[in-house]
Ligand binder design. Structure first.
Ligand SMILES: C[C@H](O)[C@@H](O)[C@@H](O)C(=O)COP(=O)(O)O
Ligand SMILES: [Zn+2]
Length: 215
């Protein structure tokens, strides 16, 4: 896809993320894999005011184009693409329920089979490190190794997928799971969970779920 249409898709993903209630203010950031690097939202600019010219190209070496400042989290986006060759889009936000679980420093357990959408039977929580730091990107790389979505302790969440639409869908799904987890945790701790074997079965079924039969 051309740079301009990718930039437009990034902006509409940001706006949709806010519309879905997953984010507040200038929190969060969105990127897509592009050439040897990525296109990413600029730092600290409200989504409603973004135009395609604000979107920043960052190359594989972490060098960004002149006259623009990329998201403070460009390092963990870069790490996500390095760690997950299947990912073409990365969404980060401070969704309230995900962030609440991250404050408890707990993974989201297998409370619902949709946990498998993130690639396993838990959604792990990467340890805290200062926003924008190299340390945070290192923690992100470890946590994303076997998962498409993770929590960031005392911060928020990240979702990676093959395209922006799916990354945003996954981010929303994880927020629903976090909400469910907190709701059930208020009544029962630990909450009842599905077995590893059942999640393995769901992971298998997801490989073909929703695929259309060729006519
Ligand atoms: C302080 C920032 O909001 C930080 O939380 C960062 O992770 C974030 O979500 C937005 O930062 P950018 O505007 O630099 O993308
Ligand atoms: Zn953040």
């Amino acid at each position: 896809m051309e740079r301009d249409s990718l930039a437009r898709s990034i902006i509409s993903t940001c706006l949709e993320m806010t519309r879905l209630g997953l984010n507040q203010g200038t929190a969060g950031n969105v990127s897509v894999r592009y050439r040897d690097g990525m296109l990413i939202t600029p730092t600290g600019i409200p989504y409603e005011t973004l135009t395609p010219s604000h979107i920043v190209y960052v190359d594989a070496g972490g060098k960004h184009e002149e006259g623009k400042i990329p998201s403070s989290e460009w390092r963990f986006h870069q790490m996500a693409y390095q760690t997950r060759p299947d990912a073409n889009a990365v969404v980060h936000n401070h969704a309230v329920h995900c962030t609440a679980v991250s404050i408890l420093n707990r993974p989201i357990p297998a409370i619902h089979y949709m946990i498998a959408a993130a690639g396993g039977n838990t959604i792990p929580c990467a340890p805290y490190a200062t926003f924008g730091s190299k340390k945070l990107s290192e923690y992100v790389a470890i946590a994303l190794k076997n998962r498409k979505a993770i929590l960031l302790q005392h911060h928020g969440m990240i979702a990676c997928e093959i395209n922006l639409q799916k990354a945003l869908w996954l981010a929303h799904e994880v927020e629903v799971l976090a909400h469910l987890y907190l709701a059930t945790l208020a009544i029962n701790d630990p909450v009842p969970v599905l077995s590893e074997a059942e999640i393995a079965t769901v992971l298998e079924k997801f490989k073909t779920y929703g695929l259309r039969v060729e006519e």
